[in-house]
Design a protein around this ligand. Sequence first.
Ligand code: NAD
Length: 428
Amino acid sequence: MESTILNISVIGGGYVGLVTASCFAYLGHTVRIVEIDTKKAELINKGIPPIYEEKLEDILKQTSGKNLSAQSHYEGIDDADIIFICVGTPPQDDGSADLTYITRASESIGSALKGSEKYHVITVKSTVPPGTTESVVIPAVMKSLGDTSDSVGFCMNPEFLREGRAIDDFLHPDRIVIGGSSEKAISVVQKAYEKLDALVITTSLKAAEMIKYTSNAFLATKISFSNEIGNICKRIGIDVYEVMKGVGYDHRINPYFLNAGLGFGGSCFPKDVMALIKLAEKNGENPILLKSVIDVNEQQPGRIIQVLHTRIGDIRGKRIAVLGLAFKDNTDDVRDSRSIPVIDELLTQGAIVSAFDPMATESMKKIFPDITYHTNAGDALEGADACLVLTEWPEFSKLTDEFNRMKSPVIIEGRRILSCSGIEGVCW
Ligand code: NAD
């Protein structure tokens, strides 16, 4: 059976938008990215990804200039069958989601579609609080189109990709969730994915929005739960990794997201759990569990500093090597990385920080311009009084002789990845 080739526009060419656009182009659709940052759009058109994401460069090289293009204006999107909104939804000061970018993008889409006679499905992929598509996106689009327009449908299709493995996650998803304003709208979005062998779940718009928040909140809860158990284990001298391994074999629990350590960071978990807390409060609920998930997470970076004190005492003037700056391995993203509060505290207490990350140095320089960055782990470890391992980069697990360059072999892991044999002084 012939598969359908659609015209797709993707608004926002960041982590989610660029991966979404490249993968849809890879699946054969004709894709146009609208990215207001002209530099990013230019790079994409040259086949250069503005972010690091495994396999993205390959896919971009295969599609850019062929069936994938990028531009910084909204002209021409009226040829699209589907318009995916992939702009950011950052936290406001009180933790609730800032919907400014969503509103602006929706208004621009409405203006660009004015007068079009083609049927378009405007689909929100950004993570938005339940009710946003109905109360923010639809009115902002319809402001230009008029209430009577039946040439548009609306869907909410949350994205579950993990940075660092985003391409594989997009092409091999556990499930695809499509919430829609009508069967017709949902069926168009379903066509975009028809080449993927994936379970499709169709829901209301609000349920799709809530599925995304709930998934992230549940995963964050698993991590904070593991950290709480880890903190108890530490007090009584039990290895929490041994415990969680035994727990994770229970198929009702599963082994994923049970790693105790520094806690969760990144652009999604902290902001989405906070946004869910705010949503609950706005609706008269006191989400005690979700608040505790955040509280436990906030405390974990301070705990690694406490362990450091027990090993080397006062850290003023001491050289501390930091291995890992990205919020997780395989990405250059440092948004809400747990290494930020750790480095902040090290500097506050007068330590000298020498850092290494395989990908995230440039991003972290914007936050900490004055610490010393190295191009390899060995140089960062040279003469160090202690080393903190803050990101689970697989290449760190292969380090051995490099640790001999330290002044004293005090190595504290915020993520359990080192192989202990041959390394002295590993703890946590
Ligand atoms: P991002 O900041 O990397 O990308 C957003 C892009 O949108 C930026 O490049 C920005 O310049 C562009 N933009 C902003 N306003 C625009 C406009 N009006 N028109 C065109 N372009 C515009 O953000 P991201 O990490 O890709 O996240 C996007 C959304 O997806 C968020 O809601 C996020 O919560 C959600 N999400 C992110 C991930 C992730 O791992 N990063 C995973 C799932 C869901």
